[in-house]
Design a protein around this ligand. Structure first.
Ligand code: ATP
Ligand code: LTN
Length: 298
């Protein structure tokens, strides 16, 4: 598919790293937005392989995962006749612009990035201290800014964890424009009201992540429906057994309610009503069935 940028539809850019299997968080936070946007916008969806190599990758495995991400895009309803799908490393302008933006970005800007702080301190990553992680991981947001700014992007549909990176993109674009004249369009971030941060099934205080150490953390889009149902039944729950949405006091059930609501189209309020007087077991059983049907259909 070639983009016809002569129309005045907005330009949408987003990407996923081929760093593991895609999960429900990726789907509900990002991909569902992409599917909705593809009809009324010029959409460009990238597989950001250069971002994935900021941590160690097995080359053969990486090549396979790049194709797996594209398959997940298609299975989620992205139509390759309506959007452009490509691999980041095929377009050399991404790393070229990243270098130019590196000369505008400040170490202080990157030091504020919470994702870097979290990833750099993970004990199973490259030694676990900030000093021993790659420069690439530190510089990751600048490459992301280059991805976005290269295409005169209007809007970037992502999950909540990427908002800070899009804000940095705006800062870099504004700084560049101020210093060198009007070059870059300033992009907006598009984040879902519900589903922007799906939490891990094994720990509702951390986001669902494809690089989580345990597969019990996530429902992969490639999970067999029966396996996914088991993961839901084993998901961590909160202390009191009432089915009530309360992110602070009941983060685990609130997360499961968000997933249930988004997959079924039933509002969280209605779920609270429907499950009055019932326990976690009943709720999880129904959610497990919903997840099973979703996976069987996609
Ligand atoms: P990793 O854990 O390896 O960094 P990831 O699971 O966070 O990977 P990404 O490739 O970084 O996945 O993200 C792809 C898209 O999915 C991004 O827009 C990101 O914001 C979104 N996303 C990732 N995790 C979640 C989540 N738990 N809830 C909602 N959206 C998410
Ligand atoms: N950093 C993002 C992936 C990503 C991206 C982008 C998203 C790289 N470049 C450009 C949107 C736009 C992530 O980890 N999810």
């Amino acid at each position: 598919m070639e983009l016809n940028l002569k129309n005045n539809k907005p330009i949408i850019f987003s990407g996923v790293q081929p760093s593991g299997v895609l999960h429900l968080g990726n789907y509900l936070g990002a991909l569902t937005q992409w599917v909705e946007m593809q009809n009324q916008s010029n959409c460009i969806f990238c597989v950001v392989d250069y971002h994935a190599i900021t941590v160690k990758q097995e080359p053969k495995e990486l090549s396979r995962r790049i194709l797996d991400v594209v398959k997940a895009y298609l299975a989620s309803g992205i139509n390759p006749e309506k959007v452009v799908i490509f691999q980041q490393s095929d377009i050399t302008a991404h790393t070229e612009l990243a270098w130019i933006l590196n000369c505008i970005a400040r170490v202080a800007d990157l030091n504020k990035m919470t994702q870097f702080k979290e990833k750099a301190c993970l004990p199973d990553r490259q030694g676990g201290s900030k000093e021993s992680v790659s420069v690439g991981l530190f510089d990751y947001p600048v490459l992301m800014a280059a991805d976005i700014l290269l295409y005169n992007t209007d809007s970037v549909p992502v999950g909540d964890d990427q908002v800070q990176h899009v804000e940095l993109t705006r800062t870099l674009a504004q700084r560049f424009n101020r210093e060198y004249g009007q070059v870059f369009k300033i992009p907006e971030v598009a984040v879902r009201k519900q589903g922007a941060r799906i939490m891990g099934l094994d720990d509702p205080t951390k986001k669902m992540s494809k690089s989580a150490s345990s597969p019990a953390n996530y429902i992969a889009l490639t999970d067999a429906p029966e396996i996914a149902a088991k993961k839901i039944m084993r998901a961590v729950t909160d202390s009191s057994s009432k089915i009530k949405y309360d992110l602070k006091k009941k983060p685990a059930i609130s997360n499961l309610m968000t997933i249930y609501s988004l997959l079924s189209g039933v509002s969280v309020k209605k779920l609270e009503k429907d499950y009055q007087g019932k326990g976690y077991g009943d709720f999880k059983k129904d959610l497990a069935e919903t997840v099973k049907s979703f996976l069987a259909e996609h």
